[in-house]
Design a protein around this ligand. Structure first.
Ligand code: AAL
Length: 353
């Protein structure tokens, strides 16, 4: 029998038997942390359930931003400048109650004195760990951005911050000139020479895997969008030290990290940037990601609900969660769900057989 490459691939990848890695998403409004003029809420963490309550953490800042080079070092440059990390709880995942700050910026002079933002949560052995981005004053174009961790005995806090960041950019590029221009470089350095962003932490294979997005000094634009890739840093102890994998970067695309555990490995949804944007990928070892499906543009900056039992199908860990919408003057948080029809496709295969 003659088989084209496409047919061979479809058989090899089981396209005709199962489409369990494929889905569409739908988005809906939520109460409590939805749009509010004057307040940015964005970059929600994964959602976890503690007792009867769902919990989410997110970046929150007040008022408009002015951009760089205003001549005023104190001026807010981005929606995620002058953020604190806040949290909210919900019984049903739709009506949220904003509870207040979980981690706030440090005192002037501290490594996190300008902004703390883009958090993720890990519940591990009865403690709650937040990992998040930090920036130090003044916030300029060439500012390096790092990742810190904070720990609490309860999801309500109080959270104790790490004394120092747990991951900093490699800073192994060389700037060109003195002007505050992040695109002007003599040498770009590693994929994460300028910024380490969007941390997300897992207990995996007896160690701790901290995934993050890297941006290089002298970042360029490619056909697929911005030059962002994901790396992973691994530690024996949850508070560090974290060491970058020698295989970094572990993706060649993707913006805000979105990952979940499945079947002894790590699944990832890549969006926004890079040639492999809008794909779902899987790495049994957490390092070597393979494309499993291509999807229509999905929700932005997803924080999926972390099902405790997520091995029943690959997308269980992405069934619903929160995401952000930055299409208006103030960013806000929304809910996403795998679309009902697609849910039927991957749970009720019989109807197509
Ligand atoms: C996001 C994330 C990080 C960036 C900024 C705020 O969506 O990738 O958090 O720093 O944009």
């Amino acid at each position: 029998m003659k088989l084209s490459s496409a047919s061979k691939r479809a058989i090899e990848r089981n396209y005709y038997q199962s489409c369990e890695w494929f889905c569409d998403f739908k988005e809906s409004g939520i109460e409590g942390i939805g749009y509010e003029k004057g307040i940015h809420r964005r970059d929600p963490s994964s959602v976890i359930k503690v007792g009867d309550d769902y919990f989410v953490w997110y970046s929150r800042s007040v008022g408009p931003h002015k951009g760089f080079h205003t001549g005023d070092e104190e001026a807010k440059v981005f929606p995620w400048d002058y953020c604190d990390i806040w949290y909210a709880v919900s019984k049903d995942g739709y009506r949220w109650e904003e509870k207040g700050p979980a981690v706030v910026r440090g005192e002037r002079g501290a490594y996190d004195d300008r902004s703390v933002f883009t958090p993720e949560i890990l519940e591990y052995e009865g403690k709650y760990y937040l990992v998040y981005q930090v920036v130090q004053h003044p916030y300029v174009n060439r500012s390096f951005e790092s990742i810190a961790i904070a720990v609490a005995d309860s999801p309500h806090g109080p959270f104790t911050k790490s004394k120092e960041p747990i991951l900093t950019p490699t800073k192994d590029g060389i700037w060109e000139g003195e002007e505050d221009n992040r695109f002007a470089v003599k040498k770009k350095g590693s994929f994460d020479s300028h910024k380490v962003h969007d941390p997300i932490l897992f207990a995996f294979r007896g160690k701790f895997y901290l995934y993050y997005k890297g941006e290089p000094m002298g970042e360029e634009l490619y056909m697929g969008g911005r030059e962002t890739k994901w790396g992973v840093a691994i530690a024996d102890n949850i508070l560090g030290p974290y060491h970058r994998s020698e295989y970094n970067p572990v993706t060649n695309s993707g913006h805000e990290t979105c990952l979940w555990q499945y079947n002894g490995g790590i699944a990832a949804f890549l969006r926004t940037d890079g040639v492999e944007k809008n794909t779902i990928q899987f790495a049994e070892d957490g390092i070597n990601f393979e494309i499993k499906s291509v999807i229509k543009q999905g929700p932005e900056a997803c924080g999926p609900y972390r099902h405790l039992e997520s091995d029943s199908n690959p997308l269980k860990g992405m069934e619903w969660g929160l995401c952000h919408d930055v299409s208006q003057d103030y960013g806000f948080i929304k809910r996403f769900d795998i679309d009902e029809w697609q849910k039927k496709v991957y749970t009720n295969r019989e109807m197509y057989e």
